[in-house]
Design a protein around this ligand. Structure first.
Ligand SMILES: NC(=O)c1ccc[n+]([C@@H]2O[C@H](COP(=O)([O-])OP(=O)(O)OC[C@H]3O[C@@H](n4cnc5c(N)ncnc54)[C@H](OP(=O)(O)O)[C@@H]3O)[C@@H](O)[C@H]2O)c1
Length: 283
């Protein structure tokens, strides 16, 4: 049965499928197969990054799928070594060349790196504004931006990011950053939506899944959908790739939503790096 994935409107008038497919930690040699499976079972949104080393394979899978380029939403991200304006321009050209496309649907600053580049992510953001003006990036956004970083863009730049892609899952609600996004019309994209699998054995999640005859992953992904966030779970397992799409034909009631939300451990639940101090630059 074909699945219908809802579109969500962004602040720039475009739309994005609420469910996509993430390709972090998928080896380049495995990427064409994984993305091909995803497109076959109905995903129309792929989340990659220069840092993942598999943009070319994502582009290849989209091309060989036979789908119109316009029907597949593709996101990529500016790598941490390229925040200076001229480097960012070159890096964006390379991303489009790797994907073999003349535009990207969404381009993000991958990390704010507030301790590098004299703390200047605003100049970098203004270069992304250029990409949007010249039409090569339909939408632009940020990733891993904290409230203070978003506030600085609001004060010093002209375009409000369409999205902020941040770590969020039941163990790390990241609610302060999400609330800022809601107030300022910046959609939240929740990365590691199932905490790389770590929330799937949680007794509360397992209990709710049992009651609804769903899998723990489906329950957690559904919780994100009902919070209004955009998600793109990663898997290289065909059965799971398909399973993760079956989240639009059931609902969590308020009690189940609240029980999952209550699993939040605050900062202690964060699995990835803290964006205030993260300063990794791949060589
Ligand atoms: N902007 C950023 O800084 C940032 C950082 C991290 C991630 N992301 C994005 O977010 C995407 C998703 O995050 P993620 O890859 O870190 O983690 P995730 O999607 O939360 O979890 C992926 C892990 O869960 C397993 N899995 C997937 N579906 C499952 C299911 N139905 N049942 C049981 N296990 C399942 C996968 O295993 P198998 O593959 O073995 O099936 C994999 O080990 C990434 O791919 C990337 O696009 C962005």
């Amino acid at each position: 049965m074909a699945i219908t994935i809802p579109d969500i409107s962004l602040n720039d008038g475009t739309t994005i499928p609420q469910l996509g497919f993430g390709v972090f930690q998928i080896e380049p040699k495995d990427t064409v197969a994984a993305v091909t499976t995803a497109l076959e079972v109905g995903y129309r949104h792929i989340d990659t990054a220069e840092m993942y080393g598999n943009e070319a394979e994502v582009g290849e899978a989209v091309r060989v799928s036979g789908l119109d380029r316009g029907s597949v939403y593709v996101t990529s991200k500016l790598n941490n070594a390229f925040h200076r304006p001229d480097d960012a321009r070159r890096a964006f050209d390379s991303t489009l060349a790797a994907l073999k496309t003349d535009y990207i649907d969404l381009f993000l600053i991958h990390w704010p790196l507030p301790t590098l580049y004299d703390g200047d992510y605003v100049s970098t953001w203004k270069v992304l504004e250029e990409f949007q003006r010249d039409g090569r990036a339909r939408s632009i956004g940020v990733s891993n931006f904290q409230v203070s970083h978003l506030q600085r863009l609001a004060d010093e730049a002209s375009v409000v990011p369409a999205v902020n892609q941040i770590e969020a899952h039941p163990y790390f609600g990241n609610d302060e950053v999400r609330a800022y996004g809601r107030e300022h019309n910046i959609l939240t994209e929740a990365w590691s939506p199932i905490a790389q699998g770590k929330v799937l054995d949680d007794p509360t999640v397992v209990d709710i899944a049992g009651q609804l005859d769903r899998t723990p992953a489906q329950v957690v992904l559904r919780w994100h959908v009902q919070r209004g966030d955009i998600i793109f779970p990663k898997s290289t397992t065909p059965k799971r790739i398909e399973e993760n799409t079956r989240i639009f034909d059931f609902e969590l009631d308020d009690a189940a939503m609240e029980r999952i939300t209550a699993l939040n451990k605050g900062e202690a639940g964060r699995q990835g790096p803290n964006p205030d101090t993260f300063a990794y630059v791949p060589r």
